[in-house]
Design a protein around this ligand. Structure first.
Ligand code: AHR
Length: 622
């Protein structure tokens, strides 16, 4: 086979926003994942349509003879009324003896807290008691036997008539990846607790994000972040959809909500403000997906949608308004007086086919355009095959399909109209799915790599693309496959994650025409030149997917280059494995990862062998 690359400088630029990430609160991606809060259900508010207010996963230390625990509505937070009432019946000096270490409650976090030796954890909680008791707050192993850190609270020293906010640093003198937070006493009394939070100090930029997970994302150089869903935005029912207002302001006053699509509670520590902050921290453009009055099972009638439209306008004011505007001032009070760079708003998720979609969409569209003409609005309706019947800047295109079909869909946009005025595609969710992709194997990664090469080639009509879903906490796999897998203390990329590394220089790069001369339908290739900010050199990057099981002898001929190839700094990187179905795991996190080598014969005329089932990149330094 032969690959001809036209390296002349007259070629086309790929959009600056081309490759980004899509964060959805699914699989405990945020609560118990990206958001570093270690306590689950910190306000004792967890619940849902069937079990309003429960204390799960808090559990009791002791038994019914020495402690009674229940919730009541005595919290000092009006949006968040439930508090925990803990009545300790045992006493060091009384007739009922306490268990060793006292009676109380513990929180195991999200399948165990990762407590690291020498690190400090910031405990914040609200306490009220009219009885003088010594409370012990400690980090322990899951059986309570290994003590990692302890602090004491003497209630007599607090304002005993009112709630007191208590802040304590807990420095770990040991390590355990499956720890818990205990609050106990060996003295009789009634104690109310609320809003119990435990945060590591070393979060990403001090903004509350789990550093290890963020650095994996930062390495992808995402140009945008679409958030907070997906179906999560819609909800099974509107009453359970993500409501941004409930997620901003002091964390103690956020009610939290039950995400009824993925069926778990979130305290909404990772709220609208945090998403905007996160995008800013990564240097990525936020893409705010708004619920436009449509859930999976109910819809707001277009005649009553204006309140929802106002809510959307308020959310944009929150992100972009002056610090003295109504909602801009809330943002400023949270520590960000400068506006966030919100330029993309998506109106709904996968809702085009629903009865009220168009009616509602148009109300949102015209109101947002009138107030913020520069905001790019995304429609849920597919414009790849024909003209949309409504105005839009971009249209969502979602693709979940088998690996073989995904690879073939590299040509999906070949036939899309090249009209210069029509909206561009935002492939905001794509993933190879089905029985032969496992939990994310090499096969799925290669299929998607082929698809993405097709998007690069069609980047005159495709503006943005992101894989889905991004994260899975291995303890709560609601959707497979995903790009990054983690538990309380480990994280690894699936081959899909590593595949995306091959595309991280593409956004804003120059796309060069390529001609692949072969009889095989298993090959696809693209070529870009991009400028490294690290060493200011430019590189010609040629990517090739071999989706077949045989070696391919390939002659690569590059014409039109303005610079000579520097062979001493040129490399080749390959993503492959022994078996097509190979996956990474906690045990073998690096089984399928890209391997880089120097490119010995770098030049404009190269004879190379492309291994079976591989994604290869040739990076020629210019
Ligand atoms: O990515 C998982 C889900 O797939 C998203 O929530 C939804 O938009 C799509 O159906």
């Amino acid at each position: 086979a032969t690959l001809l690359v036209d390296g002349s400088p007259t070629s086309r630029k790929i959009p600056d926003t081309m490759f980004g990430i899509f964060f959805e609160e699914i699989n405990h991606a945020g609560a118990g994942g990206l958001w570093a809060e270690l306590v689950s259900n910190r306000g004792f508010e967890a619940g849902g349509p069937t079990t309003p207010s429960n204390i799960d996963p808090w559990s009791i230390i002791g038994n019914e003879t020495n402690i009674i625990v229940r919730t009541d509505r005595t919290s000092c937070f009006s949006r968040n009324e439930v508090a925990l009432r803990m009545e300790v019946l045992c006493d060091i000096e009384g007739s009922i003896t306490c268990p060793t270490g006292g009676a109380g409650i513990y929180n195991p976090g999200y399948w165990g807290m990762n407590i690291e030796q020498g690190k400090t954890y910031k405990l914040t909680m609200y306490v009220r008691s009219m009885d003088a008791v010594n409370l012990s707050v400690s980090l322990t192993s899951s059986d309570g036997l290994q003590n990692l850190a302890t602090a004491n609270i003497v209630t007599a020293a607090l304002d005993m008539a009112n709630w007191t906010k208590v802040k304590l640093p807990l420095e770990a003198k040991g390590a355990n990846v499956n720890s818990r937070l205990q609050i106990t006493t060996a003295q009789k009394g009634i104690i109310w607790l609320d809003q119990v939070s435990l945060m590591p100090l070393d979060t990403y930029k001090g903004h509350g994000f789990r550093a290890g997970l963020v650095s994996m994302l930062a390495d992808l150089k995402p140009r945008f972040i679409r958030f907070p869903g997906g179906s999560y935005v819609e909800g099974e029912w509107l009453r359970n959809a993500f409501r941004w207002r409930e997620t901003v302001g002091p964390w103690e006053e956020r009610p939290g909500h039950f995400g009824d699509v993925w069926k778990y509670w979130t305290d909404d520590g990772l709220g609208y403000y945090e998403f905007l902050q996160f995008a800013e921290d990564l240097g990525a453009s936020p893409v705010w997906v708004i619920n436009n009055g449509i859930s999976h099972n109910d819809q707001v009638d277009t005649s009553t949608i204006p309140a929802f439209v106002q809510d959307a306008l308020d959310s944009i004011e929150f992100a972009r308004g002056d610090p003295d505007s109504k909602w801009g001032s809330v943002r400023a009070s949270m520590g960000h007086p400068e506006p966030f760079g919100l330029k993309y708003v998506a109106l709904g998720n996968q809702d085009c086919w629903k009865k009220n979609y168009r009616g509602n969409y148009l109300k949102f569209y015209y109101a947002i355009k009138a107030a913020y003409p520069d905001i790019q609005l995304v429609s849920n309706c597919d414009g790849s095959a024909g003209k949309l019947d409504h105005p839009a800047d971009l249209y969502d295109f979602h693709l979940y399909t088998s690996g073989n079909d995904m690879f073939a869909r590299a040509h999906q946009f070949d036939r899309t109209s090249r009209s210069s005025t029509g909206p561009k595609a935002f492939v905001s969710e794509y993933a190879a799915t089905g029985s032969n992709v496992g939990k994310g194997n090499l096969f799925s990664a290669l299929a998607q790599a082929g698809f993405l090469i097709g998007l690069e080639i069609n980047s005159d009509v495709v503006e943005m693309a992101s894989n889905a879903p991004l994260f899975v906490n291995g303890n709560d796999r609601r959707w497979s496959p995903d790009a990054i897998v983690f538990n309380s203390w480990q994280e690894y990329g699936t081959p899909t994650y590593w595949m995306q590394h091959f595309f991280k220089e593409s956004s804003g790069a120059i796309l060069h025409p390529t001609t692949l001369k072969t009889s095989s339908s298993n090959l696809i290739a693209s070529a870009i030149t991009w400028q490294s900010t690290e060493d200011t050199s430019s590189y010609l990057k040629i990517k090739i997917v071999n989706f077949g099981g045989d070696n391919v002898n390939l002659k690569i001929v590059v014409s039109g280059l303005q610079n000579v190839v520097n062979s001493s700094r040129s490399t080749t990187t390959v993503l492959t494995s022994k078996n097509l179905m190979d996956e990474n795991s906690f045990k073998e996190p690096n089984k399928v990862v890209p391997l880089q080598n120097m490119l010995q014969n770098a030049g404009t005329n190269m004879d190379v062998v492309i291994g079976p089932h591989s994604l290869t990149s040739f990076d020629l330094a210019l």
